[in-house]
Design a protein around this ligand. Structure first.
Ligand SMILES: [Fe+2]
Length: 225
């Protein structure tokens, strides 16, 4: 389904104006992608369906050139890293680097839209149910209070996401998920959160809440893990 890799072969008539603009302007780092997504989030602020479709389309047409994102690639043996590319009040763009075997815990997205594409290697996305005892786990007022045991979650789907996969979109009213690198090579993914994520719920043995931090900001390590 992805159009990546056929940028030069596809007749421009096949594309929407936004996709043509994206293909022409995404050759100079990730900043133009951020600008496009920012413009779309403003333009479609009150049209949820159009906004999601626009963001997915821009990410699909993004050419994912290594020179765009190499400065954000930072691996550690301890855990996967979150590397902030750009952010404002509407969205944030983050590069995540996954050493072999590194897996996120099951989490929600704090009522943000989450979009993801793979830049290098492949990751597995596992989606879990959002309902527990008939109530949504991921509502603001979670039926599972912080500090209590995480209820049994059901695996809904599992997908391999590589650089040719169509962009992923997930939000709290769809599912919880985890992402991980189950291969023997490093993987790099690009994530867009709108609005920026401030608090997420983690469904480990116990339900907890945390504010995600950054391993680097604008290509510079923060010194925090
Ligand atoms: Fe996530």
């Amino acid at each position: 389904m992805s159009k990546r890799g056929r940028t030069d072969e596809v007749e421009e008539e096949e594309r929407t104006p936004a996709a043509i603009f994206a293909a022409r302007h995404l050759n100079n780092g990730v900043a133009p992608l951020f600008s496009l997504l920012d413009a779309g989030c403003q333009l479609y602020a009150h049209d949820d369906t159009a906004r999601v479709a626009f963001c997915l389309q821009q990410l699909d047409f993004y050419n994912r050139k290594f020179t765009d994102w190499k400065k954000y690639v930072m691996f550690t043996d301890l855990h996967y890293t979150r590397n902030l590319v750009e952010d404002n009040d509407l969205l944030e763009v983050i590069v995540l680097c996954w050493s072999p075997g590194q897996v996120s815990r099951i989490h929600n997205h704090g009522q943000s839209d989450c979009y993801m594409v793979t830049l290098q290697g492949e990751v597995q996305e596992k989606r879990y149910n959002k309902f527990v005892d008939g109530k949504e786990v991921s509502e603001t007022d979670s039926p599972v209070p912080i500090g209590e045991n995480t209820p049994a979650l059901t695996l809904l789907s599992e997908a391999t996401i590589n650089s040719k996969s169509y962009p992923v979109h997930i939000r709290d009213n769809q599912a919880l998920h985890s992402v991980g690198n189950y291969t023997t090579e490093g993987a790099v993914t690009l994530h867009v959160y709108s609005p920026p994520i401030r608090r997420v719920k983690i469904f480990d043995n116990l339900v907890s809440e945390r504010t995600p931090g950054f391993f680097s900001v604008h290509g510079r390590p923060t010194g925090k893990s």
